[in-house]
Write a protein that binds this ligand. Structure first.
Ligand SMILES: C[S@@+](CC[C@H](N)C(=O)[O-])C[C@H]1O[C@@H](n2cnc3c(N)ncnc32)[C@H](O)[C@@H]1O
Length: 292
């Protein structure tokens, strides 16, 4: 594994004047403890869903209220959290956020068309389940500062409202359509790590080779989707936090739109990929896909 420059040295208080991004390879509960209250303008995150997705060990649990309470603490009053979930367990994520003190505001649907049915055939048209064409994202908000109206909170903290589109244009709905991430999306900034894998064949006839994605994270999100979510829920120039950043997609998207970014990932390899992808996206913004 390559040695990476350390990104997690800047003190949090300097974030708005000098820091573009701060990435940390640790448990986010530890990371969050180092951060002051009321620092973050939006949390756009893709936490574990608790379904053991594709056998992932990190996905055996759903983060519980004490962890979300720490996230709430570092957010500004009125700041939004948008957290990915799975249809089967979104009620658990929503309940944990509710118990932590967030106000549940909406359920945003990420609509896509490519999916593997993953169903058991029973009898003719009868199968175990419908085909999945969306993922639910819980939208919740830290309560406004006590005694302030939404407008007063917005004027004081720059949070509390959603970017619905310019006057006269169509009002943004809570459904965002975006294709699943392409290979280019996944491997942005990682092309040096793409390996050729020998498939069928023999030394005489020659092997067929196939490129193996360098970013093998099981749940990479599309950069275009993350740009859209950041733009909807965070005012220009704000600080976006992703405590479960995986291979860093929220961070690539945040920096492409001039946001500052705080990211944390517990897994070493995913953290390395996140650093490389975010650094590449930041230095070559023309290679970053537009918002959905
Ligand atoms: C759903 S994935 C995020 C994928 C990401 N959206 C992407 O595009 O690559 C969730 C990530 O949270 C990480 N994780 C789980 N528990 C954590 C914790 N306590 N602190 C920090 N990271 C954690 C996992 O290792 C996993 O990579």
């Amino acid at each position: 594994m390559k040695n990476l420059p350390s990104y997690s040295t800047a003190p949090a208080t300097s974030i708005s004047s000098t820091l573009f991004y701060e990435l940390s390879n640790e448990d986010c509960r530890k990371f969050l403890r180092t951060k002051p209250d009321n620092l973050v303008d939006a949390v756009i995150t893709d936490p574990p869903y608790g379904i053991g997705y594709k056998g992932s060990r990190w996905d055996r649990f759903v983060p519980t209220a004490p962890l979300w309470r720490e996230v709430l603490r570092v957010m500004r009053p009125g700041a939004f959290i948008v957290a990915a979930s799975a249809a089967k367990t979104q009620h658990m994520t929503a309940l944990a956020l509710d118990k932590a003190g967030f106000e549940i505001k909406d359920l945003l649907v990420w609509h896509y068309t490519q999916s593997f049915p993953g169903a058991v055939s029973i009898d003719g048209p009868w199968r175990s389940n419908l085909r999945t064409n969306h993922d639910p994202w819980i939208v919740a908000r830290k309560p406004l500062e006590k005694g302030l109206t939404l407008k007063e909170n917005w004027d004081k903290w720059g949070t509390g409202a959603v970017r619905t589109g310019a006057t006269g244009t169509s009002w943004q709905t809570n459904v965002v359509s975006c294709p699943k991430p392409s290979r280019a999306d996944r491997d942005l900034g990682l092309t040096g790590l793409v390996k050729k894998k020998k498939m069928n064949g023999s030394p005489d006839s020659g092997y067929f080779t196939s490129a193996v994605a360098a970013n093998n994270h099981a749940t990479v999100k599309p950069i275009a989707l993350m740009r859209k979510l950041n733009q909807l829920f965070c005012a220009d120039g704000g600080v976006i936090l992703d405590p479960f950043m995986g291979s860093g997609t929220t961070g690539i998207a945040a920096l492409a739109d001039g946001y500052q970014f705080l990211g944390c990932e517990i897994d070493k390899k995913q953290f390395r990929n996140a650093c490389l992808r975010i650094d590449h996206g930041h230095r070559h913004s023309n290679t970053v896909p537009q918002a959905a």
